[in-house]
Design a protein around this ligand. Structure first.
Ligand code: MN3
Length: 248
C-alpha cells in the first residue's frame, strides 16, 4: 500500500515536472512556432539524439551548462521525437537519412513536409552545431586550405568575424547564421526558424544558433554578448575538415 501511494505520488510529481518543463520551454522559444514538446515515446523511431560529445559544462563560461542541458536534452531531443513522429506518418520515407530528407524536401509528401522541414532541420542543424563547439583552444582556424579560402573570400579574419556577427545579429526572431559552401565558394547567410542551407543545395561549414533558447538563461536578451562569446568556443578543426571534405 505504501508502495502504491509512493508510486502515485511519484507519477503526480512527474506530471507536474513535465508541465513545468513545457512552460519553461515556451518562455525560451521565440517566434511564431509552437514550443517543441517531446511525446512519451520519444525514443522510438529511426532518428536518435546523438550524444553531445563533451560534458555540459565544457563550454563554460561562454555557454553555460544549464543552457547546454536544456538545449541538447530538451530542445534537440524534441526535434528528434517530432521528426520520428512525422516520418512514421509517411512510410515511403523509411530508410532515408535526415540529410536526404532535407536536400529533397520537394520529394517529401506534403502532409508531413513542413514537419520534416522544421524538426528534421532542427535535428540536423543541432547535430552539426554540437560538433562545431569545443572548449576554448584556438581562436582562429589553423594553417591550411580552409584558412586560405577564408582569407581569399573575406580578407582579414576580423573582417569575416565582423560580417558573420552582423549576419547573426540581423536574424529577426529565431534562426541561424551560417558559413556555407556554395559550390566551392564560401558565403555567409542566415536562415529563419530551423531552415537549413542543405535545402538550398549548400553545405554548412559553420553554424550559430540564434534562437533565444540558445542563450536566454545566461545572456537574457543580449544576443550580441552571446555571439561575441561564440568566437571562443568554435572547433575550427571540424570546420576545416568539412571544408576539405566538401571541396575534395
Ligand atoms: Mn537551438
Amino acid at each position: 500500500m505504501a508502495d502504491m501511494i509512493t508510486r502515485r505520488e511519484a507519477l503526480k510529481r512527474a506530471a507536474v515536472m513535465g508541465a513545468a518543463t513545457v512552460i519553461m520551454d515556451s518562455t525560451l522559444v521565440e517566434g511564431a512556432s509552437p514550443p517543441p514538446s517531446a511525446p512519451p515515446n520519444a525514443a522510438t523511431g529511426p532518428f536518435v539524439l546523438p550524444p553531445l560529445g563533451y560534458p555540459h559544462d565544457a563550454l563554460e563560461p561562454y555557454i553555460d551548462a544549464q543552457t547546454m542541458q536544456i538545449h541538447h536534452g530538451k530542445h534537440h531531443a524534441a526535434y528528434v521525437a517530432n521528426l520520428n513522429q512525422a516520418v512514421a506518418r509517411a512510410p515511403e520515407l523509411a530508410g532515408k537519412s535526415v540529410e536526404e530528407l532535407l536536400r529533397h524536401l520537394e520529394a517529401v509528401p506534403e502532409s508531413v513536409r513542413q514537419a520534416v522541414r522544421n524538426h528534421g532541420g532542427g535535428h540536423y542543424n543541432h547535430t552539426l552545431f554540437w560538433q562545431l563547439l569545443r572548449k576554448q583552444r584556438d581562436a582562429r582556424p589553423g594553417k591550411g586550405p580552409f584558412r586560405e579560402a577564408l582569407r581569399a573570400t573575406f580578407g582579414k579574419f576580423e573582417e569575416f568575424q565582423q560580417q558573420f556577427t552582423a549576419a547573426a545579429l540581423s536574424v529577426f526572431g529565431s534562426g541561424w547564421a551560417w558559413l556555407v559552401l556554395d559550390g566551392r565558394q564560401l558565403k555567409i547567410e542566415t536562415t529563419p526558424n530551423q531552415d537549413t542551407p542543405l535545402s538550398q543545395g549548400r553545405i554548412p561549414l559553420l553554424a550559430l544558433d540564434v534562437w533565444e533558447h540558445a542563450y536566454y538563461l545566461k545572456y537574457q536578451n543580449r544576443r550580441a554578448d552571446y555571439v561575441a562569446a561564440f568566437w571562443n568556443v568554435i572547433n575550427w578543426e571540424v570546420v576545416a575538415e568539412r571544408y576539405a571534405q566538401f571541396t575534395a
